[in-house]
Design a protein around this ligand. Structure first.
Ligand code: NAD
Length: 305
């Protein structure tokens, strides 16, 4: 869909997960790449695949996004090797799946998540943004999250705070740099299976619960995040800046999608077409209307009562 021939794209957190997917996507579109994360071995593996997929030149520069000197070194090494950076995919991130309630949350974990998801992202924005402003323009896509858009019941207060802040930084820098050739946008993904979320989604079966409350009734696939990011980074999005794009199967458009068919859909059921489908994970009994007149079984009364 895209042609990035002759463009250099810097991807942070490129060693696995979404970052690896972005690297592959840009490689297939002919981009030259600067790949960074902490593990040089993993990055070299990704780089090799990218070369085979179509990247002319791939430079691996290991570094920690939360360390200011590392960020400066990665950016400098990348510019020296490639001459310029046309696009930055600000993707590196961490989360915390312990399920610790906000009133118990420890500052060590809070500071770690902030240092990667917000401080690290900002340092890349600042250093690459400065280069782009001085060298005639560029495009930046931050990877935020639907968790930065509103409340959730997942006990990940630091992640929610960091991603919400990064979204606001996107809007702010989108405006501040708008008339100087540097576009800043973000993508807020819903859930995609990567190592970050695999234990909860696949290991604990949370993927089905998430699918049940997503209007599209499924979690996302890697290419469904890669393509929108490549669009926002491309010249096809030349009049778009300061925009956060939800890529979430409709989650943010919804007030909460029902898992149990709403009772009012039974009114006039014989004459009016049914709107929407119930979640397939919940199989209503043929007599469910009668059953649910007394409330939701298991919540308002025990099914046996
Ligand atoms: P992942 O754990 O598979 O990959 C994270 C990447 O960031 C890895 O390459 C890792 O090495 C790198 N990283 C982590 N800490 C770093 C540090 N201190 N310095 C340098 N690199 C570091 O996770 P993912 O799911 O691919 O996440 C990528 C981004 O997408 C993150 O910002 C995440 O918050 C966001 N996101 C993911 C999902 C999802 O469902 N997977 C949903 C919404 C947003």
């Amino acid at each position: 869909m895209y042609d990035y021939t002759g463009k250099t794209v810097l991807v942070t957190g490129a060693s696995m997960g979404l970052g690896e997917g972005f690297a592959h996507g840009f490689a297939e579109a002919g981009a030259d790449l600067i790949l960074t994360a902490r593990s040089v071995d993993l990055l070299e593996g990704v780089a090799e695949v990218c070369r085979s997929k179509g990247s002319g030149k791939v430079t691996v520069v290991p570094g920690d996004v939360s360390v200011e000197a590392d960020v400066a070194r990665v950016v400098e090494t990348g510019i020296t090797a490639h001459g310029r950076i046309d696009a930055l995919i600000n993707n590196a991130g961490v989360s915390d799946m312990r399920g610790v309630a906000p009133e118990q949350f420890d500052m060590e974990t809070w500071n770690w998540i902030m240092s990667v998801d917000l401080n690290g992202a900002f340092m890349y924005l600042r250093d690459v943004g400065r280069h782009m402003l001085e060298s005639g323009g560029g495009s930046i896509v931050n990877i935020c999250s639907i968790m930065g858009h509103g409340a959730n019941e997942l006990n990940i207060i630091a992640y929610t705070a960091a991603k919400g802040a990064l979204r606001n930084v996107t809007l702010q820098l989108g405006c501040e740099w708008a008339d100087r050739g540097v576009r800043v946008n973000s993508v807020s993904p819903g859930f995609i299976i990567t190592e970050m979320v695999r234990p909860a989604l696949e290991g604990m079966g949370m993927d089905k619960w998430i699918a049940s409350r997503t209007p599209m009734r499924r979690i996302g696939e890697l290419h469904e995040i890669v393509d929108p990011v490549m669009f926002l980074a491309s010249d096809g999005a030349s009049y778009i800046t300061g925009h956060d794009l939800n890529v979430d199967g409709g989650t943010n458009a919804s007030n909460g999608t029902y898992q149990i068919p709403p009772i009012h859909q039974e009114w006039n059921a014989d004459t009016a077409p049914r709107i929407g489908r119930g979640y397939e994970g919940v199989q209503p009994r043929p007599d469910w209307y009668e059953v649910m007149k007394a409330g939701i079984p298991g919540i308002h009364y025990t099914p046996e009562s």
